[in-house]
Design a protein around this ligand. Structure first.
Ligand code: SF4
Length: 346
Protein backbone atom coordinates (compact mmCIF):
# COMPACT_ATOMS: atom_id res chain seq x y z
CA UNK A 1 0.00 0.00 0.00
CA UNK A 2 2.83 2.43 0.92
CA UNK A 3 4.49 1.83 -2.43
CA UNK A 4 1.27 2.45 -4.28
CA UNK A 5 0.66 5.64 -2.28
CA UNK A 6 4.18 6.90 -3.06
CA UNK A 7 3.67 6.09 -6.73
CA UNK A 8 0.39 8.06 -6.88
CA UNK A 9 1.99 11.05 -5.13
CA UNK A 10 5.00 11.03 -7.42
CA UNK A 11 3.05 10.70 -10.68
CA UNK A 12 0.43 13.22 -9.67
CA UNK A 13 3.09 15.71 -8.56
CA UNK A 14 4.93 15.43 -11.88
CA UNK A 15 1.67 15.90 -13.80
CA UNK A 16 0.75 18.95 -11.75
CA UNK A 17 4.15 20.63 -12.22
CA UNK A 18 3.65 20.24 -15.95
CA UNK A 19 -0.10 20.87 -16.27
CA UNK A 20 -1.24 22.69 -13.12
CA UNK A 21 -3.24 25.89 -13.63
CA UNK A 22 -1.87 29.16 -12.42
CA UNK A 23 -4.51 30.64 -10.11
CA UNK A 24 -3.79 33.78 -8.03
CA UNK A 25 -4.21 31.85 -4.75
CA UNK A 26 -1.49 29.45 -5.89
CA UNK A 27 0.94 32.35 -6.14
CA UNK A 28 0.68 33.26 -2.48
CA UNK A 29 1.49 31.68 0.87
CA UNK A 30 -0.55 34.28 2.75
CA UNK A 31 -2.99 32.22 4.86
CA UNK A 32 -5.56 35.03 4.89
CA UNK A 33 -5.59 35.32 1.07
CA UNK A 34 -5.88 31.53 0.84
CA UNK A 35 -8.74 31.48 3.34
CA UNK A 36 -10.53 34.13 1.26
CA UNK A 37 -10.13 32.06 -1.91
CA UNK A 38 -11.32 28.88 -0.19
CA UNK A 39 -14.39 30.54 1.27
CA UNK A 40 -15.26 32.21 -2.05
CA UNK A 41 -14.88 28.91 -3.90
CA UNK A 42 -17.05 26.97 -1.44
CA UNK A 43 -20.24 27.60 -3.42
CA UNK A 44 -19.01 29.64 -6.37
CA UNK A 45 -17.28 28.55 -9.57
CA UNK A 46 -13.66 29.57 -10.25
CA UNK A 47 -14.85 31.26 -13.47
CA UNK A 48 -17.15 33.55 -11.45
CA UNK A 49 -14.60 34.33 -8.74
CA UNK A 50 -11.99 35.27 -11.35
CA UNK A 51 -14.49 36.50 -13.97
CA UNK A 52 -15.29 40.02 -15.18
CA UNK A 53 -16.24 41.15 -11.68
CA UNK A 54 -12.90 39.89 -10.36
CA UNK A 55 -14.27 39.21 -6.88
CA UNK A 56 -11.07 37.74 -5.43
CA UNK A 57 -8.72 40.53 -6.46
CA UNK A 58 -11.27 43.21 -5.55
CA UNK A 59 -11.85 41.73 -2.09
CA UNK A 60 -8.13 41.67 -1.36
CA UNK A 61 -7.81 45.26 -2.56
CA UNK A 62 -10.57 46.41 -0.21
CA UNK A 63 -9.56 44.14 2.68
CA UNK A 64 -5.86 43.32 2.14
CA UNK A 65 -5.34 41.75 5.59
CA UNK A 66 -7.17 40.38 8.61
CA UNK A 67 -6.83 43.65 10.54
CA UNK A 68 -8.57 45.67 7.79
CA UNK A 69 -11.35 43.12 7.43
CA UNK A 70 -11.79 42.82 11.21
CA UNK A 71 -12.52 46.53 11.64
CA UNK A 72 -14.58 47.05 8.44
CA UNK A 73 -18.28 48.03 8.72
CA UNK A 74 -20.66 45.13 7.98
CA UNK A 75 -22.24 47.02 5.06
CA UNK A 76 -18.87 47.30 3.31
CA UNK A 77 -18.25 43.57 3.80
CA UNK A 78 -21.65 42.58 2.40
CA UNK A 79 -21.32 45.04 -0.47
CA UNK A 80 -17.94 43.58 -1.50
CA UNK A 81 -19.53 40.12 -1.47
CA UNK A 82 -22.58 41.14 -3.51
CA UNK A 83 -23.17 38.79 -6.44
CA UNK A 84 -21.38 35.82 -4.84
CA UNK A 85 -24.41 34.79 -2.78
CA UNK A 86 -24.53 32.80 0.46
CA UNK A 87 -23.67 35.90 2.48
CA UNK A 88 -23.05 33.94 5.64
CA UNK A 89 -19.65 33.21 4.12
CA UNK A 90 -18.76 36.92 4.11
CA UNK A 91 -19.93 37.38 7.68
CA UNK A 92 -17.96 34.34 8.81
CA UNK A 93 -14.85 35.61 7.03
CA UNK A 94 -15.10 38.80 9.03
CA UNK A 95 -15.70 36.86 12.25
CA UNK A 96 -12.65 34.72 11.44
CA UNK A 97 -10.56 37.86 10.86
CA UNK A 98 -11.71 39.24 14.22
CA UNK A 99 -10.84 35.95 15.93
CA UNK A 100 -7.32 36.06 14.44
CA UNK A 101 -6.89 39.63 15.72
CA UNK A 102 -8.38 38.98 19.15
CA UNK A 103 -7.38 35.41 19.94
CA UNK A 104 -4.12 35.01 18.00
CA UNK A 105 -2.75 38.57 18.38
CA UNK A 106 -3.25 39.22 14.68
CA UNK A 107 -0.97 36.34 13.63
CA UNK A 108 -2.75 33.78 11.47
CA UNK A 109 -2.47 30.32 13.11
CA UNK A 110 -0.65 27.63 11.14
CA UNK A 111 -1.85 24.45 12.86
CA UNK A 112 -5.00 22.96 11.32
CA UNK A 113 -6.41 22.39 14.83
CA UNK A 114 -6.14 26.15 15.54
CA UNK A 115 -7.43 27.21 12.12
CA UNK A 116 -10.42 24.94 12.75
CA UNK A 117 -11.34 27.11 15.74
CA UNK A 118 -12.01 30.11 13.48
CA UNK A 119 -15.71 30.82 12.81
CA UNK A 120 -17.04 29.27 9.60
CA UNK A 121 -13.97 27.07 9.13
CA UNK A 122 -14.55 23.34 8.77
CA UNK A 123 -12.16 20.44 8.39
CA UNK A 124 -11.70 20.95 4.65
CA UNK A 125 -10.91 24.68 4.89
CA UNK A 126 -8.56 24.19 7.86
CA UNK A 127 -6.64 21.54 5.91
CA UNK A 128 -6.57 23.72 2.80
CA UNK A 129 -5.10 26.73 4.61
CA UNK A 130 -2.59 24.61 6.58
CA UNK A 131 -1.39 22.79 3.46
CA UNK A 132 -1.52 25.60 0.88
CA UNK A 133 -0.14 28.36 3.11
CA UNK A 134 2.17 26.39 5.43
CA UNK A 135 2.82 23.25 3.37
CA UNK A 136 1.76 21.08 6.32
CA UNK A 137 0.66 17.48 5.56
CA UNK A 138 -3.03 18.05 6.26
CA UNK A 139 -5.62 16.19 4.17
CA UNK A 140 -8.46 17.87 2.30
CA UNK A 141 -11.59 16.26 0.88
CA UNK A 142 -13.97 18.31 -1.24
CA UNK A 143 -16.44 17.05 -3.87
CA UNK A 144 -13.75 16.76 -6.55
CA UNK A 145 -11.30 14.92 -4.32
CA UNK A 146 -14.03 12.63 -2.96
CA UNK A 147 -14.84 11.60 -6.52
CA UNK A 148 -11.20 10.93 -7.38
CA UNK A 149 -10.59 8.91 -4.21
CA UNK A 150 -13.79 6.85 -4.56
CA UNK A 151 -12.75 5.91 -8.10
CA UNK A 152 -9.07 5.47 -7.41
CA UNK A 153 -9.87 2.93 -4.66
CA UNK A 154 -13.13 1.67 -6.23
CA UNK A 155 -15.10 2.55 -3.10
CA UNK A 156 -18.67 1.23 -3.48
CA UNK A 157 -20.18 2.54 -0.24
CA UNK A 158 -22.03 5.86 0.07
CA UNK A 159 -19.41 8.59 0.31
CA UNK A 160 -21.80 10.81 2.31
CA UNK A 161 -22.29 8.14 5.02
CA UNK A 162 -20.12 8.19 8.16
CA UNK A 163 -18.05 5.13 7.07
CA UNK A 164 -17.76 6.69 3.61
CA UNK A 165 -16.46 9.98 4.98
CA UNK A 166 -14.00 8.15 7.22
CA UNK A 167 -12.77 6.12 4.28
CA UNK A 168 -12.13 9.25 2.18
CA UNK A 169 -10.40 11.23 4.95
CA UNK A 170 -8.23 8.23 5.85
CA UNK A 171 -7.13 7.83 2.23
CA UNK A 172 -6.52 11.54 1.83
CA UNK A 173 -4.43 11.54 5.05
CA UNK A 174 -2.34 8.61 3.87
CA UNK A 175 -1.71 10.22 0.49
CA UNK A 176 -0.75 13.66 1.80
CA UNK A 177 1.62 12.38 4.53
CA UNK A 178 5.21 13.49 4.08
CA UNK A 179 6.62 16.41 2.18
CA UNK A 180 5.04 18.46 -0.60
CA UNK A 181 1.53 18.69 0.83
CA UNK A 182 0.81 21.96 -0.97
CA UNK A 183 1.59 20.40 -4.32
CA UNK A 184 -0.19 17.12 -3.65
CA UNK A 185 -3.43 18.71 -2.46
CA UNK A 186 -3.45 21.12 -5.40
CA UNK A 187 -2.77 18.26 -7.80
CA UNK A 188 -5.50 15.90 -6.63
CA UNK A 189 -8.00 18.74 -6.56
CA UNK A 190 -7.12 19.72 -10.09
CA UNK A 191 -7.30 16.12 -11.27
CA UNK A 192 -10.93 16.10 -10.11
CA UNK A 193 -11.67 19.46 -11.74
CA UNK A 194 -10.17 18.68 -15.13
CA UNK A 195 -9.69 14.95 -15.72
CA UNK A 196 -11.71 12.80 -13.33
CA UNK A 197 -14.94 14.55 -14.30
CA UNK A 198 -18.31 13.65 -12.76
CA UNK A 199 -20.02 11.96 -15.73
CA UNK A 200 -17.25 11.18 -18.16
CA UNK A 201 -13.81 10.78 -16.59
CA UNK A 202 -11.02 11.29 -19.14
CA UNK A 203 -9.17 8.15 -18.05
CA UNK A 204 -6.99 8.16 -21.16
CA UNK A 205 -5.44 11.47 -20.06
CA UNK A 206 -5.24 10.54 -16.40
CA UNK A 207 -1.74 10.43 -14.87
CA UNK A 208 -2.80 7.92 -12.18
CA UNK A 209 -4.78 5.59 -14.47
CA UNK A 210 -2.32 2.74 -13.85
CA UNK A 211 -3.16 2.85 -10.11
CA UNK A 212 -6.93 3.32 -10.51
CA UNK A 213 -8.98 0.37 -9.24
CA UNK A 214 -12.22 1.39 -10.97
CA UNK A 215 -10.83 2.32 -14.35
CA UNK A 216 -12.02 -0.90 -16.01
CA UNK A 217 -15.32 -0.96 -14.09
CA UNK A 218 -17.29 2.04 -15.32
CA UNK A 219 -15.85 4.72 -12.99
CA UNK A 220 -18.49 7.21 -14.19
CA UNK A 221 -21.05 5.54 -11.89
CA UNK A 222 -18.91 6.45 -8.85
CA UNK A 223 -19.09 7.95 -6.31
CA UNK A 224 -22.29 6.57 -4.80
CA UNK A 225 -24.38 8.85 -2.60
CA UNK A 226 -27.48 8.53 -0.47
CA UNK A 227 -30.78 9.65 -2.05
CA UNK A 228 -30.75 13.29 -3.10
CA UNK A 229 -32.76 15.97 -1.36
CA UNK A 230 -35.86 16.99 -3.34
CA UNK A 231 -35.98 20.41 -4.96
CA UNK A 232 -38.67 22.59 -3.36
CA UNK A 233 -40.56 25.32 -5.20
CA UNK A 234 -41.04 28.60 -3.35
CA UNK A 235 -42.85 31.83 -4.32
CA UNK A 236 -41.78 35.30 -3.21
CA UNK A 237 -44.31 38.12 -3.69
CA UNK A 238 -42.80 41.56 -3.30
CA UNK A 239 -43.77 45.17 -3.80
CA UNK A 240 -42.04 47.69 -6.01
CA UNK A 241 -42.73 51.12 -4.61
CA UNK A 242 -40.48 53.83 -6.05
CA UNK A 243 -41.70 57.38 -5.48
CA UNK A 244 -39.97 60.75 -5.69
CA UNK A 245 -36.50 59.42 -6.33
CA UNK A 246 -36.63 56.87 -3.51
CA UNK A 247 -37.60 53.23 -3.19
CA UNK A 248 -39.14 51.26 -0.32
CA UNK A 249 -36.81 48.49 0.83
CA UNK A 250 -36.67 46.01 3.69
CA UNK A 251 -33.53 45.15 5.62
CA UNK A 252 -33.29 41.49 6.67
CA UNK A 253 -33.28 41.02 10.40
CA UNK A 254 -30.61 39.35 12.49
CA UNK A 255 -30.60 35.57 12.26
CA UNK A 256 -32.09 35.48 8.75
CA UNK A 257 -30.13 33.97 5.88
CA UNK A 258 -29.77 37.35 4.20
CA UNK A 259 -29.15 39.25 7.42
CA UNK A 260 -28.17 42.89 6.80
CA UNK A 261 -29.07 42.85 3.09
CA UNK A 262 -31.72 45.12 1.55
CA UNK A 263 -34.48 43.74 -0.64
CA UNK A 264 -37.93 44.62 -1.97
CA UNK A 265 -40.53 44.32 0.80
CA UNK A 266 -42.57 41.13 0.91
CA UNK A 267 -46.35 41.26 1.24
CA UNK A 268 -49.02 38.55 1.63
CA UNK A 269 -50.35 37.49 -1.74
CA UNK A 270 -53.91 38.70 -0.96
CA UNK A 271 -52.59 42.22 -0.36
CA UNK A 272 -51.05 42.27 -3.82
CA UNK A 273 -54.11 40.93 -5.66
CA UNK A 274 -55.13 43.29 -8.46
CA UNK A 275 -51.78 45.09 -8.58
CA UNK A 276 -49.96 45.02 -11.91
CA UNK A 277 -47.24 42.38 -12.14
CA UNK A 278 -44.06 44.19 -13.18
CA UNK A 279 -41.68 41.30 -13.41
CA UNK A 280 -41.36 37.59 -12.78
CA UNK A 281 -38.04 35.81 -12.50
CA UNK A 282 -36.70 32.51 -11.25
CA UNK A 283 -33.55 31.77 -9.28
CA UNK A 284 -32.13 28.87 -7.29
CA UNK A 285 -30.74 28.83 -3.79
CA UNK A 286 -29.61 25.59 -2.15
CA UNK A 287 -32.55 23.17 -2.64
CA UNK A 288 -35.09 25.88 -3.37
CA UNK A 289 -36.31 26.94 -6.78
CA UNK A 290 -37.70 30.41 -6.23
CA UNK A 291 -40.19 32.34 -8.36
CA UNK A 292 -39.91 36.02 -7.55
CA UNK A 293 -42.94 38.11 -8.51
CA UNK A 294 -42.68 41.88 -8.29
CA UNK A 295 -45.88 43.96 -8.16
CA UNK A 296 -46.26 47.65 -8.78
CA UNK A 297 -47.59 49.55 -5.74
CA UNK A 298 -50.65 51.47 -6.90
CA UNK A 299 -50.25 54.06 -4.15
CA UNK A 300 -47.37 55.04 -1.85
CA UNK A 301 -46.96 52.13 0.57
CA UNK A 302 -46.54 52.70 4.29
CA UNK A 303 -43.17 51.37 5.51
CA UNK A 304 -43.62 48.22 7.64
CA UNK A 305 -41.22 46.98 10.34
CA UNK A 306 -37.63 46.96 9.09
CA UNK A 307 -38.62 48.93 5.97
CA UNK A 308 -37.28 52.27 4.86
CA UNK A 309 -37.32 54.56 1.85
CA UNK A 310 -33.84 54.60 0.29
CA UNK A 311 -32.84 57.36 -2.17
CA UNK A 312 -32.39 55.85 -5.63
CA UNK A 313 -28.95 57.43 -5.87
CA UNK A 314 -27.85 55.36 -2.82
CA UNK A 315 -28.94 52.04 -4.38
CA UNK A 316 -25.56 51.13 -5.93
CA UNK A 317 -23.83 51.45 -2.56
CA UNK A 318 -26.10 49.25 -0.42
CA UNK A 319 -25.77 45.45 -0.17
CA UNK A 320 -28.56 43.61 -1.98
CA UNK A 321 -29.08 39.96 -3.00
CA UNK A 322 -28.30 39.59 -6.72
CA UNK A 323 -31.84 38.58 -7.85
CA UNK A 324 -33.28 41.68 -6.17
CA UNK A 325 -30.60 43.94 -7.61
CA UNK A 326 -31.37 42.51 -11.04
CA UNK A 327 -35.13 42.92 -10.57
CA UNK A 328 -34.86 46.52 -9.36
CA UNK A 329 -32.42 47.51 -12.11
CA UNK A 330 -34.60 45.85 -14.76
CA UNK A 331 -37.75 47.59 -13.58
CA UNK A 332 -36.01 50.93 -13.28
CA UNK A 333 -34.80 50.45 -16.83
CA UNK A 334 -38.49 49.98 -17.71
CA UNK A 335 -38.23 46.37 -18.86
CA UNK A 336 -40.61 43.50 -18.16
CA UNK A 337 -38.31 40.74 -19.35
CA UNK A 338 -38.55 37.23 -17.94
CA UNK A 339 -35.26 36.56 -16.18
CA UNK A 340 -33.47 33.42 -15.20
CA UNK A 341 -30.53 33.36 -12.78
CA UNK A 342 -28.21 30.44 -12.14
CA UNK A 343 -27.81 28.59 -8.80
CA UNK A 344 -26.15 30.53 -6.03
CA UNK A 345 -26.59 33.98 -7.59
CA UNK A 346 -28.12 35.48 -4.49
S1 SF4 B 1 -8.35 6.58 -14.28
FE1 SF4 B 1 -10.25 7.59 -14.70
S2 SF4 B 1 -11.56 7.11 -12.98
FE2 SF4 B 1 -9.47 6.65 -12.36
S3 SF4 B 1 -8.77 8.49 -11.33
FE3 SF4 B 1 -8.15 8.65 -13.47
S4 SF4 B 1 -9.80 9.76 -14.51
FE4 SF4 B 1 -10.57 9.07 -12.52
Amino acid sequence: MRRETDEIRMVLGAWFREEGKDYPWRRTADPYAILVSEVMLQQTQIATVLGPKDYYRRWLEIFPDVATLARAPEDAVLKAWEGLGYYRRARNLQKAARAVVEEFDGVFPSRAADILKLPGVGRYTAGAVASFAFNLPEPIVDANIARVLARLYDYRGHIDSEPGKKFLWDRASALVAGEGAREFNSAIMELGQRICLPRAPACRDCPVAASCASREKNPGELPLKKARVEIEKVDEHVLFCAREESILLHREEKGRRREGLWRLPERPREELAGLPLLLEMKYSITRYRVTLRVYDAAAPAKPGPGEKRIPLEDLPGIPMPAPYRKAVETILADSTAQLELGPGMV
